[in-house]
Write a protein that binds this ligand. Structure first.
Ligand code: ZN
Length: 340
């Protein structure tokens, strides 16, 4: 089937589980109720995706508060109590970040419960997302390794252990989120791809990397406004990505100033194309979605196009996110009729 659909990963959490409309929502349950609530929300998000016509479904990231810190919660060697202020993504944000104070080890499984629960309740392809090693290394302070690359490779080993276990849980696609690739473009080829390769080592399932211009929050919108008329970050990193062993590359396209001809640099890869904008509450029409697919088809063989969202929808209003899911499913269906 042409133009299968998926999402970047996250969806807004139900308001009974966590505060709505926030990127860092506080949980509204605790203990065993929280554990059960996360699984119930996972099931709900799978059902919403299936009903909207999403082919490769995700857990919606219902079990984590934040896409990086949800993983870090299960890592020993990190001090999450005495956080320090650090400029992250080349100082785009100031954030209070945890500090690596010893050798990094995993305390056990990270996403086992939600992956197995999702697997038990859908027959569709299942994707689980993990933060990428470069992005993690840019989101923590280092007081142990003394070398960012060494620390990132240590994280990559932990990600690999979790990814291998997810594959055993029956996950079909494991995606690493690397927004830092769009910030530290030179480092992508010097060590970013090497770290990703460590993270996917030995996997037989489909692997993906998501590289975007971020959620629709103010710091990102201000940053994007500073990037000029044409966003050429992808141009610097695509040659290295094109030569990597990652199967799928997830990119933003709709309402983006990325010149789409750059996509031809990723010859041979499956491309997850953002046809849904997460930085606006305006819901795309199926016609608009189909027109973005048509634009992308000028540079990418249609068999290699997977339709997705530009980024995660975690901080969006729930009703808007649901409408956008439906627009994604309907738009891909329309494109299948038009471009067969
Ligand atoms: Zn993203």
């Amino acid at each position: 089937m042409l133009f299968p659909t998926t999402i970047a990963g996250s969806l807004p959490k139900p308001s009974w589980l966590a505060e709505p409309d926030k990127l860092w929502p506080k949980w509204r349950l605790d203990g065993a109720d929280l554990a059960q609530g996360k699984l119930d929300a996972t099931l709900l998000m799978i059902k919403l995706q299936e009903d909207a016509g999403i082919d490769i479904v995700c857990d919606g990231e219902m079990s984590r508060q934040h896409f990086v810190h949800g993983f870090l919660e299960y890592v020993d060697g990190i001090d999450t109590v005495n956080k320090v202020e650090m400029g992250i993504r080349a100082d785009r944000y100031k954030a209070m970040v945890p500090v690596v104070r010893g050798a990094l080890t995993l305390r056990g499984r990270v996403h086992e419960a939600e992956a197995r629960h999702a697997r038990a309740h859908t027959t569709r392809q299942l994707k689980i997302t993990l933060p990428g090693p470069m992005t993690i290394a840019d989101t923590v302070a280092d007081a142990h390794y003394g070398d960012k690359v060494k620390m990132a490779l240590a994280f990559a080993d932990l990600l690999n252990a979790e990814a291998k276990a997810l594959e055993k849980d029956g996950v079909d696609v494991i995606q690493f989120d690397e927004p830092a690739f769009n910030v530290f473009m030179d480092e992508v080829s010097t060590w970013g791809i090497e770290a990703l390769h460590r993270a996917i080592d030995g996997l037989k399932c489909t692997t993906a990397v998501h590289i975007c211009y971020g959620y629709g929050i103010k710091a990102n919108i201000d940053w994007k406004n500073s990037l000029g008329e044409e966003w050429r970050q992808y141009e610097k990193i695509f040659p290295a990505l094109g030569g990597s062993r990652i199967n799928q590359i997830s990119l933003e396209a709709i309402n983006s100033r990325v010149p789409l001809h750059l996509l031809s640099l990723l010859d041979g890869k499956d491309l997850l194309i953002g046809v849904i904008d997460v930085a606006t509450d305006i819901v795309e029409t199926p016609d608009k979605v189909a027109s973005v697919i048509a634009d992308v088809m000028k540079y990418v063989p249609k068999e290699r196009i997977v339709c997705s969202t530009n980024c995660g929808m975690a901080p969006m209003h729930r009703n808007i996110a649901e409408a956008k899911l439906k627009a994604l499913g309907d738009g891909a269906r329309l494109a299948r009729q038009k471009f067969i």
